[in-house]
Design a protein around this ligand. Structure first.
Ligand SMILES: Cc1cc2nc3c(=O)[nH]c(=O)nc-3n(C[C@H](O)[C@H](O)[C@H](O)COP(=O)(O)OP(=O)(O)OC[C@H]3O[C@@H](n4cnc5c(N)ncnc54)[C@H](O)[C@@H]3O)c2cc1C
Length: 361
């Protein structure tokens, strides 16, 4: 039997952040991941400066490692096929990283023991601890295995009632002349029914394109339309030839996932924390990974549900429930929204500053 103080299932941003803080506090931590790192993750790789602050990582320090990091100083936004509005800033308002590099860097930096290529196959409560895969004994388990985290299934028991946002993405190296996209200025293309958006994010010699929607219908016609648009604009000349990867996530406040149980906490996508307007999930993952570690450390050796409950309370405060808009009001809001997307003032102050950059957070 292999013993550890904390078993973290999933080595993404939530898991590696939690692992780093626990390890620094002297905990014996084991991170289990079904993938062998470096691994890819379906994601645009857009990160706000707040992510770097929470990670206690200077973007310049990250750049100095030689890994890809694109500085972003503005956005182009439009309704699909419409005329774009350009919003520029005199400073870096975001960055674009490659998840295969970023996540591997963070996991290595955590200092924790890592077991890659090892999925969690069983989790059993034994006494006041857990036995995982019949061979790992841990006092506390942190479920950070993303949207399909097996620990989340263990904690909630039933399936999710709320349906997730579904998305498809592709990231690929650019051939010379393969794209007119500008790295500093990612583009966002909102679906005409405002149920989702596509993106085109250039990171040096790589291009990331994708589209996510919350209406659960068939994503393919939207992807098709998006590909034609990207090709017509010269943003991705190979768009219809790339391999797309699908994934899903729960927006914060829309899912009823419990966040703690006896000796167990959920963090990141496993807890369903992505911001509902933008789908940004890396920051909530890092934030919750930190908070999970701080809660466990602060509980003074206790890992029972009651001792972990402050974590759930604080997370619900930071990521509150979203009340669904009544249908008739939603229709009016959408009609207005389509017009407002043409307004540079609305785009800068509401869409980008408040909903995407969340400057006040
Ligand atoms: C198409 C798309 C685009 C996105 N773009 C952005 C963006 O640009 N910016 C942003 O902030 N957010 C974005 N997000 C959201 C973001 O990717 C996630 O919120 C974020 O990755 C969550 O981090 P995490 O650590 O919780 O989970 P993950 O990053 O998903 O990591 C979970 C880890 O758990 C492992 N795992 C899974 N199952 C098991 C198992 N059974 N046993 C062991 N290990 C397991 C996985 O291998 C993985 O390494 C996007 C999401 C999608 C779907």
């Amino acid at each position: 039997m292999l013993h550890c103080d904390a078993l973290i299932v999933g080595g993404g941003p939530a898991g590696s952040t939690c692992a780093r803080i626990l390890t620094r506090a002297g905990w014996d931590v084991l991170v289990l991941d079904r993938a062998r790192f470096p691994r890819d993750k379906v994601c645009a790789g857009w990160v706000t400066p707040g992510v770097f602050r929470l990670l206690e990582l200077d973007p310049a320090e990250y750049r100095a490692t030689g890994l890809t990091i694109q500085t972003i100083t503005g956005f182009r936004t439009a309704l699909m096929g419409g005329r774009p509005v350009e919003t520029r800033y005199p400073r870096a308002v975001s960055y674009a990283i490659r998840r295969c590099e970023f996540d591997d860097f963070l996991l290595r930096r955590s200092g924790a023991r890592v077991r890659g290529a090892t999925p969690l196959t069983s989790l059993e409560r034994k006494g006041d601890g857990w036995i995982a895969n019949d061979e790992i004994a841990a006092r506390v388990v942190i479920g950070a295995g993303g949207h399909f985290c097996p620990v989340a299934r263990e904690v909630r028991g039933a399936t999710d009632v709320v349906r997730p946002v579904v998305a498809k993405e592709a990231e690929f190296p650019l051939e010379p002349g393969g794209s007119d996209a500008i790295g500093e200025l990612p583009e966002l293309f909102f679906c005409k029914d405002l149920e989702g958006y596509g993106w085109c994010v250039r990171k040096g010699d790589y291009l990331n394109i994708g589209l996510g929607r919350r209406d659960h219908g068939d994503l393919n016609p939207h992807i098709e339309q998006f590909m034609h648009l990207l090709e017509a604009r010269g943003l991705a000349r190979r768009a219809s030839r790339v391999r797309w990867h699908g994934h899903a996530y729960l927006a914060s406040g829309t899912g009823p996932r419990p966040l703690v149980g006896e000796g167990v906490l959920l963090a990141g996508d496993a807890a369903g924390l992505a911001y509902p307007e933008s789908g940004e999930g890396i920051k909530p993952a890092v934030d919750s990974g930190r908070l999970a570690a701080e809660t466990v450390i602060g509980a003074g050796g206790r890992v029972d549900r009651e001792a972990l409950l402050p974590y759930a309370v604080e997370l619900r405060r930071r990521y509150p429930a979203v009340r669904p808009t009544p249908r008739p009001i939603a229709a009016v809001v959408k009609a207005l929204g389509r017009r407002l997307l043409r307004s540079p003032t609305f785009t800068r102050h509401v869409l980008i500053d408040r909903w995407f950059l969340r400057e006040s957070n």
